[in-house]
Write a protein of this length. Sequence first.
Length: 347
Amino acid sequence: MRDLVKEPLVQVEDLKMHFPIYSGVLRRHTGDVKAVDGVSFSIQPGETLGLVGESGCGKSTVGRALLRLYEPTAGRVIIEGEDIATLDAETLRKKRPSMQMVFQDPQASLNPRMTLSAIISEPMVEHSTMSADERQARVFELMDAVGLNRRFANRYPHEFSGGQRQRIGIARALALNPKFIVCDEPIAALDVSIQAQVVNLLEDLQDKLGLTYLFISHDLSMVRHIADRVAVMYLGRIAELSPRDALYAQPLHPYAEALLSAVNEPDPNRARRERIILTGDVPSPANPPKGCTFCTRCPKVMDICRQDRPELAEVQPGRFVACHLYTKAAGSTGASEVYEPTQQGAN
């Protein structure tokens, strides 16, 4: 694992992203879809934080809210000491070069009417005073960095494969020398044979340029390869946040345990984890359960789970879990005490 410093580059505190629901002829506000409902974490410089969870849990919404592509409903997003959520439009525009995004679908995220050279140089046109010759030199430099032939500079996106288009997206994200990049499922739309190439490219660029990643994915095997720490999301909240090796060796939260039980073990000498099949469906984010969001499907549910929402608390050094099996309020101090998991778990 990479050496981490004490001061985080990204600090997220109680981030909420609610989308309003309007009903009836008069379009009255009748509720909210709580896509992200109180998420907190930090990312150190040079670190990769993996964000995993099933479809619809709010992973991509977190990534977009971090960069103010969505206006957060509540919470703080501090990047390099500045609260992104409170910046005015002009100050936010000046902040954009330091934080960029690699999108999931490389076909949809590239303008089909622009050449590769124009796509990569567009951020420089908007945010720098570089001359045309300087921009072109920078385009060639970025193409070399991501493994694209310079002869392709005047080609259009439809002339490239999926893996090549994703490399264009990565080159565009790197154009302004950002410090923080949100990778929103950057390999999901690619062939399996290409996925490893793109992930290896991201790792090489991180080592060379000192980049910091939020790597959003539902591919648990790939997250295990690239991430330093992993946050497991369920229904808009973080269920567990742990160092990668500790999480994959022994997940603490019942949902993380069920999720990781589905990962195939390539080493035949290692014991295969018993498969955990969850029953029921994911509740609607417009009407989440009263207590723990996972209580309707948890095989270890207790009565308290249906009444009180557990908060994310440190139960082992560096390991944070939101589960009543491990934590409870420690009186008036507001701290948390650590407990061994109870054996109670009858439905």
